[in-house]
Design a protein around this ligand. Structure first.
Ligand SMILES: Cc1cc2nc3c(=O)[nH]c(=O)nc-3n(C[C@H](O)[C@H](O)[C@H](O)COP(=O)(O)OP(=O)(O)OC[C@H]3O[C@@H](n4cnc5c(N)ncnc54)[C@H](O)[C@@H]3O)c2cc1C
Length: 377
């Protein structure tokens, strides 16, 4: 039997790690991981990398080695489409050669990308996360000789806010003589409005209100981006020197061929067993799914919690391919959100209440993130 993982997202990486940890010999199975890079980046630590709390290697996972330690094959290539007639994935490797990989069971965990607008190439997008720090460094070379720097962050969600504070902290150390201001722009009416937490929104707003270098503009949709300004829906042009694009997830460009049920946005529709509702051999996890019972946020926390269920269901499929009794995944309704403020403090949100910025919350976040990474070392 051939088991193919497409994308070394959080869930798939943990499943492969479980195969190693539990010394599960997948007898009679050939296991392959296809990922577009030989490493994958753990997003939870990336704002900390930007702030200088960590080196990029601290947040990077060698997924080639992980797969090889599990006794499988690693293919460094971008998966392009699934052909259900031949049950194979077509991928493009470095050098543009096309490879076909046959599967009996396929697990897709390819994450998500950014919502796009015309001119997005001028911005630093938060996804793919692997290139975020590289793009920040590129922009830093461009602003080296500018005294008054204006940075716009589009998206007042957790990722945008965390990056804003971590960049601010980084540049205070790197460019002590520059005057750097930040403006956050969002089409919603408040901070973190998708979390529905008035307490967290108010806490962040008060931090902005007490800092002359921070500004916010709500109910403003960015329609397009030019080289040095963004254009809002009402026609206003807002100039910038650095632009961070943090406004939500969109599906990765990947073709599932005809027949795979996707939602209207293009995410894979899965049932409670994390199995495609149209193709029983297809499992999926992380940002690329649309869960059947309720929408779950695009967050690494869910991808991580899906991993044990995915692991069990893959084993059950291997053992009883025709009639497996699969295990359901029950997403939690709440989880602790921790936002790194870039200055060794963090703020938190828990069941609608918010706290901080406090050092203890930063150390809690540091502990959670480094413990996660340690299991792969
Ligand atoms: C700045 C920022 C900070 C964040 N911080 C947090 C946080 O603190 N906590 C939290 O819970 N969530 C956080 N998130 C959200 C989190 O990043 C995502 O929810 C999480 O990464 C989703 O994991 P995943 O398993 O779906 O896939 P990912 O971890 O995104 O991995 C997808 C993998 O698939 C590969 N891939 C993609 N397409 C292909 C293809 N066609 N062929 C082959 N390989 C492919 C990619 O290279 C990548 O390795 C943050 C997001 C951002 C942008």
């Amino acid at each position: 039997m051939q088991i193919v993982f497409v994308g070394a997202g959080h869930a798939s990486s943990l499943v492969i790690h479980r195969f190693i940890a539990q010394n599960k010999q997948i007898s009679g199975c050939k296991v392959t991981l296809i990922n577009e890079n030989r490493t994958a980046v753990y997003s939870g630590m990336v704002p900390g990398v930007v702030a200088g709390n960590y080196a990029i290697d601290d947040a990077t996972l060698d997924v080639k080695r992980l797969m090889e330690d599990a006794g499988g094959e690693f293919i460094c290539a971008k998966a392009e489409f699934i052909n259900w007639d031949t049950k194979s994935v077509t991928c493009k490797s470095i050098g543009d050669s096309s490879i076909q990989v046959h599967f009996d069971i396929i697990i897709v965990d390819i994450g998500s990308t950014n919502k796009s607008v015309p001119g997005i190439q001028y911005a630093i997008p938060t996804r793919p996360i692997s290139i975020l720090t590289q793009r920040v460094e590129e922009y830093e070379r461009r602003i080296e000789n500018i005294e008054n720097v204006k940075c716009i962050v589009v998206g007042a969600g957790v990722a945008g806010i965390e990056l804003l504070f971590c960049l601010s902290s980084r540049w205070k150390q790197k460019f002590p003589n520059k005057h750097i201001t930040f403006q956050i722009i969002d089409s919603n009416a408040d901070f973190c409005s998708s979390l529905n937490s008035i307490s967290l929104g108010n806490r962040i707003k008060s931090i902005f209100d007490n800092n002359r270098e921070l500004e916010y503009t709500f109910n403003a949709r960015v329609e397009s981006v030019q080289e040095d300004q963004v254009v809002l829906k009402d026609g206003t042009h807002v100039p910038y020197n650095v632009l961070i694009w943090a406004c939500g997830a969109a599906p990765v460009d990947f073709s599932f061929h005809t027949g795979v049920e996707l939602d209207t946005d293009g995410y894979i529709k899965v049932n409670e067993n994390l199995q495609s509702i149209s193709h029983r051999e297809l499992f999926a996890a992380g940002d690329c799914i649309r869960f059947c019972t309720n929408g779950i946020p695009k967050s690494g926390v869910y991808a991580v919690r899906e991993a044990p269920i995915l692991f069990q269901n893959i084993l059950l499929m291997i053992e009883h391919f025709q009639e497996p009794s699969l295990v359901p995944y029950k997403p939690q309704s709440h989880f602790l959100k921790l936002i790194n403020m870039g200055d060794n403090t963090a703020i938190a949100e828990w069941f609608g209440m918010s706290f901080g910025p406090w050092s203890i919350l930063y150390f809690l976040k540091h502990y959670i993130d480094t413990t996660f990474m340690k299991q792969f070392r």
